[in-house]
Structures are given as structure tokens and as C-alpha cells.
Design a protein around this ligand. Structure first.
Ligand code: NDP
Length: 338
């Protein structure tokens, strides 16, 4: 059984030498007496950016790190060659987490899906129809709140997620621009995938200016795959009520000092929603607000703290004090008695 194992935890950009190809001596079989397992012949293995995270020693995530010396795990398409699991028969094709090896015994089969759509290439089940495709789908429809005519920008646009999300945006009637890291990718985006515009971010001296050029009226939706400087530039170009779907931050994966990683990466890891708002957009809630808070106050359910400065002449000091925290509670200036 040929295998690829992680040699050691990876620091910085991953290198081929961080992994090792080895030939295992024993051929794999389902251990005696283990029910519910399958033996698969792996056919297609998916390379996904999140796997870089699993090569890090400390990795606060929903999925544990790989261990040095162990076979790399990732999404794959495989054919069942032996089974003690009634849900999977010999000859079935499955998609799910498997090993980077010729054959794998899979005991945790709950995460596997039997492939029913067999009239497309099997490898698509770890791409267009697999985890990246699903990411594009839910990211676009559930997070972006797209509307026809929106100005839509996606980074890493020619990759697994980006290429689909851009096309979904196009089908939805958005104006779509993608960024990618080479002339060939830019050409693909414009001439094969139907993006309205695309640019090579590596050739742009200033990303904020570049986005201003492509979005003179600003961006309604930014689908972020890279984080870092591109996210900063996109934020500088957002329109009022814009949406940013933080899908991933591939530019942050190989930063070895955890303190150097953008704190915004937390948004992905912990599925945090961060949203700016301005109260005056919600004035329709004002009557409800007054009723609720007056009632809470009268019932003693809330307390209110005021800091009253007396005399108009003390106004400037009261105001300035806000910025050094002099006020305790709500700062008011009393000009006259009622
Ligand atoms: P891709 O197929 O897009 O491959 C990665 C691409 O990222 C590269 O081709 C490269 O394209 C670009 N890239 C690499 N390093 C950098 C860098 N330092 N700065 C800018 N761009 C870089 O990967 P996927 O489509 O599979 O994933 C895209 C993003 O989506 C990733 O961040 C991934 O982690 C995230 N993701 C999130 C999921 C979720 O559930 N939230 C699920 C799946 C993926 P280029 O030449 O254009 O630079």
C-alpha cells in the first residue's frame, strides 16, 4: 500500500519535503471482527487549502491536526472493494474523508456519501459537486444575500470555490469581477467562465486603486477567499449595505507566528458574524423600542446611570471627557432647571 505521510509539523509555506512517500509492507484489509467498516481503493484525492491548517502543531479548529508519521487525510473519491457495512456494497463509489494512500480502511463511515450521480466525471465529486462546490453554493446563497445587479467581487477566482461562486453570481444577474494570480487565470475567468472582468492582483501596485478601477461605484458583495491585503482593499471599496462573505484566508495559512495571523481569521474558524450598522436605518422599530424600554424601566428591570455636569460653561469639558473616559454613565450637560 503506497502512502503519503506528514513528516513533521509544517512551518511557513508547505514544501514537498514536509511530506514523505512510502510503501507500506502490509496490504490493507478490514480488521477481523470490525463491523461497519469498508475497504476502499482510492481513485481521486482532493488538495484543499484547509489541509495546510492541519499540518500546524497548534491548530484551533473544528478538525484536529495531522500527526507526524501518519497518513495525510483528505477528501477523496474511492471505490468500495470490501465491506462489513450494510450501507455500502462492493463496487459502490463513495466520496468523503479518506487517506492519501492506494487503499484505505474507513471505520468512521458516517461522513461518507455514496455517489449516485455517475454521469459526470467521478473526480467532480471532490470539486464542483463536492466540498468546494458546496462551499460556493452556501456561501453565495446563504451568506451573500445576492440581488440582481449587485457588483460582485471574488478573490482566488479561478480556484475550486471561486470559479463556481463567480458563475453563480453571473447567473443571478450580478456584475462579476474576479482576481487571480496569473495572466492565464485572468484569461480563463474572462473568456471561459464568463466573468465581466478579471485582473492579476500580483501586477497591481495598489489593490485599493485596482478595485476602484473595476468598481467605480463600489462593491456590493465581496466573497473573500484570501484575506490579508485583498480583504483590506475590498473593505475600502464596499458600498453602503455591502456584504462580505469570509469564506477563507489562504494568504494567512502559512504565517508561522500565530500573532501574525489576521485576527479576522477568527471569523472563519468560529463562524462569527460581524456587521456594521447605523441606528437610523431601523427607525421602524422606534415605537417598539420606546414601549419596551419604558416598561422595563418602570418595572425596575433595568437601571440607568447618568453623569450630569451643571452649567453650559462646563459643556466643553464634559464633551472632551468622553474621550478620556471621565464620564461615568451617560454624560449630560444641564443648562437650566426644568
Ligand atoms: P483554490 O482552488 O482557490 O486554491 C488556492 C488558490 O489560492 C491558489 O490557486 C492561489 O490562486 C490562491 N492563493 C494562494 N496563496 C495565496 C496568497 N498568499 N494570497 C492570495 N491568493 C493566494 O482553493 P479553494 O477554492 O479550495 O479554496 C478557496 C478558499 O476557500 C480558501 O481560503 C479555503 O480555505 C476556503 N474554503 C473555505 C471553506 C469553508 O467552509 N469556509 C470550505 C472550502 C474552502 P491565485 O493564483 O489566484 O493566487
Amino acid at each position: 500500500n503506497k502512502q503519503v505521510v506528514l513528516k513533521h509539523f509544517v512551518v511557513g509555506e508547505p514544501k514537498e519535503t514536509d511530506m514523505e512517500f512510502r510503501v507500506g509492507k502490509a496490504s490493507l484489509r478490514i480488521p477481523e471482527g470490525v463491523e461497519g467498516a469498508i475497504l476502499v481503493k482510492n481513485l481521486y484525492l482532493s488538495c484543499d487549502p484547509y489541509m495546510r491548517g492541519r499540518m500546524r502543531e497548534y491548530y484551533e479548529s473544528y478538525i484536529p491536526p495531522f500527526q507526524p508519521g501518519s497518513v495525510i487525510e483528505g477528501f477523496g473519491v474511492a471505490k468500495v472493494v470490501d465491506s462489513t457495512n450494510p450501507k455500502f456494497s462492493v463496487g459502490d463509489y463513495i466520496v468523503g474523508l479518506t487517506g492519501w494512500e492506494e487503499y484505505s480502511v474507513i471505520i468512521r463511515t458516517e461522513q461518507l456519501r455514496k455517489i449516485e450521480t455517475l454521469d459526470v466525471p467521478l473526480s467532480y465529486h471532490v470539486g464542483l459537486l463536492g466540498m468546494p462546490g458546496f462551499t460556493a453554493y452556501v456561501g453565495f446563497y446563504e451568506i451573500c444575500a445576492p440581488k440582481k445587479g449587485d457588483y460582485f467581487f471574488v478573490s482566488a477566482a479561478s480556484g475550486a470555490v471561486g470559479q463556481l461562486v463567480g458563475q453563480l453570481a453571473k447567473l443571478h444577474g450580478c456584475y462579476v469581477v474576479g482576481s487571480a494570480g496569473s495572466a492565464k487565470k485572468v484569461d480563463l475567468l474572462k473568456n471561459k467562465l464568463g466573468f465581466d472582468e478579471a485582473f492579476n492582483y500580483k501586477e497591481e501596485p495598489d489593490l485599493t486603486d485596482a478595485l476602484k478601477r473595476y468598481f467605480p461605484k463600489g462593491i456590493d458583495i465581496y466573497f473573500d477567499n484570501v484575506g490579508g491585503a485583498m480583504l483590506d482593499a475590498a473593505l475600502m471599496n464596499m458600498r453602503v449595505h455591502g456584504r462580505v462573505a469570509i469564506c477563507g484566508m489562504v494568504s494567512q495559512h502559512s504565517i508561522s507566528d500565530p500573532k501574525g495571523i489576521s485576527n479576522l481569521y477568527t471569523l472563519v474558524m468560529k463562524r462569527v458574524r460581524m456587521q456594521g450598522f447605523i441606528q437610523s436605518d431601523y427607525l421602524h422599530l422606534h415605537p417598539e423600542f420606546l414601549e419596551t424600554i419604558v416598561s422595563f424601566y418602570k418595572q425596575g428591570k433595568i437601571v440607568y446611570i447618568e453623569d450630569m455636569n451643571v452649567g453650559l460653561e462646563n459643556g466643553p469639558a464634559a464633551f472632551v471627557g468622553l474621550f478620556s473616559g471621565k464620564n461615568v454613565g451617560k454624560q449630560i450637560v444641564r443648562v437650566a432647571r426644568e
